[in-house]
Ligand binder design. Sequence first.
Ligand SMILES: [Cu+2]
Length: 180
Amino acid sequence: MSNLPNARAFALRGAPPLDLRPIGLAMLALLLLFACIPAALAHEFKVGDLQIEHPWSRATPPGAKVAGGYFTVVNKGSAADRLLSISSDISDKAELHEMGVKDGVMTMRPVSGGLEIPAGGKVALKPGAYHLMFTGLKRQPKQGEKFPATLTFEKAGSVKIEFAVEGMGETGDMDMDHDE
Ligand SMILES: [Cu+2]
């Protein structure tokens, strides 16, 4: 009966070599490193003459009903095309929005008639400009996951893409590095 305190003392003395804190820090550093990869590794999709680069969205707070969607469409063809619609299981609807200033107030409104992608040109959907809005979210997109969506273009047709979900504070600045 009396050797229990001794056993405990032994266990305590034996503890320092098993200290896992340095490993914990190393793991944290690794996790932080990997957390940056979705933004750093661009992913892209092709349909016809169009290339859809790095579709991304943002994690949303609990209860949020809308989420943004961003990507760049490059048109390598010799004719203009038009992004007509977007659909995804993550929300009831997905709309194409445009930001603008009306009476000194920033507003966003749905783009009617689709978004033209000029021949040989590109259009960037990004925060503060043209963007997708997933409205009536069925669940919250979580940082680090990818969710599928379908884009439909007038000429190139439909293409399945995946949105990489980034952190709530992500502004898309990392993406600007790719611009000429
Ligand atoms: Cu919007």
